[in-house]
Ligand binder design. Structure first.
Ligand code: PEP
Ligand code: MN
Length: 262
């Protein structure tokens, strides 16, 4: 354990679960919420893994307007029911200011996706709440732009901010993005905010996820966000990068000795 010289602010998610403290904050779940039975299976399995948070997209920022856009309000009802049933903290993406009021009562953390990292009006509006915000690094955002985006939230009064490195664009398209572990180390040095890593969107390939997840923890990340599904190949969105629930459980187990050594 976590003997790094730099101070990290511990952010309380529930009375029993926090990010940035001694224990890792591992989030698992599907790219998109698809059905009640999908989420029920995922929550039940991940509770045992164990994970500390459950993810699931309701409003999806898809590249194509013709691709599945998420279940919308039906998805929110599912997320809300699962949250009550299992007591696991839930994380979902907020895409616009008008969604904040609707999502906040049903989510423990609101996610700002890469495509909205510099949506300054959204950041300011989230700054006026006290909800923990998971801010994902923009597709081609510099470290300074990322830190300044977080500053928009903090300067409006909300310091419950978790940063998430999710890969950046490069010339190489073998992986969907390139995971910038150097940024993780730098962010831990220059900010006091907890830093998570999302190896799913960083790689776009499920066979690369576990190794980079372990590397992220070794580099000092405070946790992970990973896409997993009972039948990964059948995921409606991001199937290629989604791992099985068995793989997720095995991965979580493999992190313990690494976290102890960091
Ligand atoms: C997500 O985590 O659901 C997502 C859309 O990721 P990103 O914003 O990093 O592309
Ligand atoms: Mn996804």
């Amino acid at each position: 354990a976590k003997t790094h010289a730099h101070h990290t602010s511990e952010i309380a998610i529930t009375p029993h679960i926090s990010v940035g403290g001694k224990t890792l904050f591992i989030v698992g779940g599907p790219c998109s919420i698809e059905s009640m039975s999908q989420m029920d299976t995922i929550a039940q399995t991940l509770l045992q893994a164990p994970v500390q948070g459950l993810r699931g997209g309701i409003y999806k920022p898809r590249t194509s307007p013709y691709a599945f856009q998420g279940l919308g309000d039906v998805g929110l009802d599912i997320l809300s029911a699962i949250r009550k049933r299992y007591g696991l903290p839930v994380i979902t993406e907020v895409m616009a200011i008008h969604q904040i009021e609707k999502l906040a009562p049903h989510a423990d953390v609101l996610q700002v996706g890469s495509r909205n990292m510099q949506n300054f009006d959204l950041l300011k509006a989230l700054g006026e709440t006290d909800k923990p915000v998971l801010l994902k690094r923009g597709l081609s955002a510099t470290i300074n732009e990322f830190v300044m985006a977080a500053e928009y939230i903090a300067s409006h009064g909300n310091s419950n901010i978790i940063l998430c490195e999710r890969g950046i664009r490069s010339f190489d398209n073998y992986t969907r993005n390139v995971l910038d572990l150097g940024a993780v180390v730098a962010l831990k040095q220059i900010t006091h905010l907890p830093v998570l890593v999302d190896p799913s969107h960083a790689t776009g390939k499920r066979e690369l996820v576990a190794a980079l997840a372990r590397a992220a923890i070794a580099a000092g990340a405070d946790g992970l966000m990973i896409e997993c599904h009972p039948d990964p190949e059948q995921s409606i969105s991001d199937a290629r990068q989604t791992i099985s629930l068995e793989a997720m459980t095995g991965l979580v187990e493999s992190l313990t000795p690494i976290a102890q050594a960091v």
